[in-house]
Design a binder for this molecule. Structure first.
Ligand code: AMP
Length: 374
């Protein structure tokens, strides 16, 4: 099958790498003007080019369409849906682009979230701080990612400054969660409604950017995994979703899970599955959208994904680590840029942590790895 991918970054590249053994061919439509996939056939279709011939050529080449990036014009995706099947559909995309709609969906499906308010002025922001109690996190309703468009407020006096800094007309204001850890659940739903769940991962973020994902969690109660499975299954079924969905959650001291946000695509916190799970999230996404049976999702060994951000380090030193697997995205160094990741595997979590520290020590900008269960 010829697979069309909207977006042409590293997630698209890894989808293609997973799809070649299935004899898939890949065609990318880039809407950013800066494709980096470095693989497959790429067409550029931006507001500036506004050239329908690239879109037509893309559509003529593909059997079905998916996406690896959710900040796409919904109108474009609806237009594509009139010509080719799109998995997951534009409704999931629309919900995930808007934090207010996402939270409304969580509320409707009884998936708990941090307490929140929607505000449209600095005065309303100040009232929300008083109602929810400081600290709070204010986030732009649209267009935010990797901690961008966000501010933490410690008193209602911070409202005017935060409003100006974020510079959006609508914000969502959330009570600051004193979480034990950040976790994610990734699941995949096939065209026939079958669902498979990956073991939950613990995710370590620094300044809003993911640095480490470790799975499976050595101290996770089965009941907590089942709660996360139930939440994501409810979302998948409600959206009649096909493909991989990621749900990021906070785990609180009393073991509860609060939904933070979801992503309608393969996700950075699932990259560990490339080497650590029986079937990677990329392969399972491709199986799902093509109507093929889903592959097993359990972990082969304890695995940690270490993101390479900003500066590269020495690839030979990373590859010298036993059962460490380097995935590079073919991008140039730049502060804050995701250049690749290393998946490190070991027989036990204790052995894994030692290896992860060794690996982090070989990466110039890696923060100290710290996990909740240590
Ligand atoms: P987000 O873009 O919503 O994923 O937020 C980026 C990061 O900010 C998260 O991974 C958390 O580390 C932190 N964060 C976001 N919302 C909250 C919250 N309500 N309480 C505490 N920390 C938060």
């Amino acid at each position: 099958m010829n697979i069309g991918v909207l977006g042409a970054g590293q997630l698209g590249r890894m989808l293609a790498l997973a799809g070649y053994p299935l004899a898939n061919r890949f065609f990318f439509l880039d809407t950013s003007g800066k494709p980096s996939a470095g693989i497959g056939d790429v067409w550029i279709h931006t507001d500036r080019t506004d050239d329908s011939s690239s879109l037509e050529a893309f559509l003529d080449s593909v059997d079905l369409v998916t996406y690896e990036f959710e900040h796409l014009p919904v109108e474009l995706v609806r237009d594509i849906e009139r010509h080719k099947p799109v998995y997951p559909g534009s409704t999931a995309l629309e919900v995930c682009q808007n934090r207010a709609e996402e939270k409304a969906l969580f509320d409707r499906l009884s998936i708990p979230t941090p307490a929140y308010r929607l505000v449209a002025s600095a005065d309303e922001l100040a009232s929300a701080v008083r109602e929810l109690g400081a600290p709070v996190v204010a986030k732009s309703v649209t267009e935010g990612y990797d901690g961008k468009g966000q501010a933490v407020l410690h008193t209602s006096d911070d409202a005017e400054g935060a409003w100006q800094r974020i510079g959006h007309s609508r914000l969502i204001v959330e009570a600051f969660v004193d979480f034990v850890r950040e976790v994610s659940i990734i699941a995949v739903r096939g065209r026939n409604g079958d669902v498979a769940f990956y073991p939950m991962a613990e995710n370590v973020h620094v300044n809003g950017i993911l640095r480490y994902s470790l799975a499976p969690l050595p101290d996770l109660e089965d009941s907590v995994q089942r709660v996360a499975d139930d939440y994501i299954r409810t979302l998948l079924d409600e959206l009649d979703y096909v493909g991989v969905l990621a749900l990021e959650l906070f785990q609180t001291r009393d073991g509860r899970l609060l939904a933070n946000e979801m992503a309608p695509r393969v996700h950075n916190s699932g990259h560990w599955s490339l080497d650590g799970a029986v079937t990677s999230q990329f392969e399972n996404h491709l199986r799902a959208i093509q109507g093929l049976p889903l592959g097993a999702t359990h972990a082969r060994r304890p695995t940690c994904m270490v993101n390479i951000i900003g500066r590269m380090g020495d690839a030979a030193e990373l590859l010298a680590i036993e059962d460490a697997h380097l995935h590079l995205y073919g991008k140039g160094e730049r502060p804050g840029r995701k250049l690749g990741h290393v998946n490190v595997l070991a027989d036990s979590t204790a052995a894994l942590l030692k290896k992860v520290r060794h690996c982090a020590g070989r990466l110039p900008d890696a923060p100290e790895p710290r996990f909740s269960f240590e």
